[in-house]
Design a protein around this ligand. Structure first.
Ligand SMILES: *Cc1c(COP(=O)(O)O)cnc(C)c1O
Length: 426
């Protein structure tokens, strides 16, 4: 029987009738993870650091970094990275407006302010051309986010940072193992911070990790949230930090739970293989959709020596004008009706418009926190970052295939193609 072209949302037959849980299941937890976690449980060493230190050595080697420091989540790792870079009272950081809040919000508790840069619609990443003019003498760091696995164009970012004496913090929470021109993301800037919460591509339970080659950043991160390690020999070599050792300067306790460290060691061992299968599956999905009207892949060119890592939370780019102006929400409704249950419009909302970056007084300063200690009013009104403000209507979520099962991938691609080819029915 030839498939009907009547869209399911207007009464046709849905293309997909199964959910294929094995293809989408994440995280993959095996007996090896269970045994590693049980070992920690039986030893009662959940609050220790021995397993975490083993993980740090292995992760640093995998990442090609000198130092790795485990954290209880990615937000903490980013907070410590900012402190590590010397971000403090009255300083500014530059961050793309389209990202998860943890890429920048911890700066406020350091007394710093956030200046948002616009993004490029094709990459959903910071537009390097929109960064430099935002730099002032208070700018300390640029945060970049490899959004949904897409490596940021790091060469111009590093060039800008070098010319202005700024630090670059890579938020690698979407791009574990990704490559930019053959180099692992997270080790290109001065410091990288990863979330390894359970939904991420490298899932360790609830955890984060910081990597750097810079001894000062590493030691500042240690003094900030890891008081229990200050007594370890040769850990704090900077005299100024040694003076204040034994208490966490931030008043934060950022140690990783060793259930996560144990799971992390197992997950890391299998990640290369799992990532390769995801890459094969996702690239096949998009190969099947080349040339389909209204949608474009959000992926790196196949010949560029750059990859999408574990393709966290993968997106497609939406070009509604090719479908008679059909809004992305209607497009996604129709794809979901065909049985693609995880197709929804949008991405993270532009942060610069949120009240926390405009008007909320968090700490009782009597003025909005975002400008409470700033040298100038850094707030950015609606209309100031046009691409970021368009992004929600210009992308959508696509299925995140964890297994390369061609029939299943073909079926899902067929659903997108069917909606595109029959968009006139909507
Ligand atoms: C998930 C995420 C984080 C925060 O990590 P947690 O482990 O949830 O604290 C930071 N940045 C980005 C871009 C994220 O997606």
């Amino acid at each position: 029987m030839a498939p009907s072209s009547a869209l399911a949302i207007v009464g046709g037959e849905p293309l997909i009738k199964d959910r294929f849980p094995d293809v989408f299941k994440w995280p993959v937890v095996t007996q090896e993870d269970e045994e590693a976690v049980l070992e920690v449980l039986r030893a009662g060493s959940m609050s220790g650091t021995g397993v975490t230190k083993q993980l740090e050595v292995e992760f640093a080697a995998w990442q090609g970094a000198k130092y790795a420091l485990g954290h209880n989540n990615g937000t903490a790792a980013l907070h410590a990275a900012m402190f590590g870079c010397g971000v403090g009272v009255g300083d500014e950081i530059i961050c793309p407006s389209i990202t998860y809040w943890a890429s920048c919000l911890p700066a406020l508790s350091l007394g710093a302010s956030v200046v948002f840069a616009d993004i490029k619609l094709e990459t959903i990443n910071v537009d390097p051309a929109d960064v430099e003019h935002r730099i002032t003498d208070r700018t300390k760091a640029i945060v970049v986010v490899h959004y949904s696995g897409m490596p940021v164009d790091m060469d111009p970012i590093m060039d800008i940072a070098q010319r202005h004496g700024l630090k670059v913090i890579e938020d690698v929470s979407h791009a574990h193992g990704g490559l930019y021109k053959g180099r692992k993301v997270g080790s290109i800037g001065h410091v990288g911070a990863f979330s390894c919460m359970s939904g991420k591509a490298l899932p360790w339970g609830e955890a984060g990790i910081l990597v750097t080659d810079d001894r000062e950043i590493y030691e500042r991160a240690l003094i900030f949230g890891h008081y229990e390690r200050h007594g370890e020999e040769a850990l704090l070599t900077i005299p100024e930090l040694q003076k204040g050792a034994k208490l966490p300067w931030g008043g934060y306790k950022y140690r990783m739970n060793q259930f996560s460290a144990a799971m992390g060691r197992v997950q890391l061992r299998h990640y290369g293989e799992r990532m390769a299968e995801i890459q094969k599956a996702m690239n096949y999905f998009w190969d099947l959709l080349e040339g389909v009207k209204g949608i474009r892949a959000h992926r790196t060119p196949r010949d560029a020596d750059s990859t999408m890592g574990g393709w966290y939370n993968p997106k497609g780019l939406y070009c509604g004008e090719e479908l008679g102006g059909l809004p992305v929400s209607k497009f996604c409704d129709a794809v979901r009706a065909e049985g693609v249950y995880n197709c929804s419009p949008g991405c993270n909302s532009p942060l610069h418009l949120h009240p926390l970056f405009q008007s909320v007084d968090v700490y009782g300063d009597g003025k909005p926190t975002i400008i409470a200690r700033a040298a100038r009013d850094t707030r950015q009104p609606e209309g100031s970052l046009p691409m970021a403000e368009r992004m929600l209507a210009s992308c959508f979520h696509v299925p995140w295939f964890k297994k390369y099962v061609p029939e299943v991938i073909e079926l899902h691609a067929a659903a997108f193609r069917k909606v595109s080819e029959n968009a006139a029915q909507l």
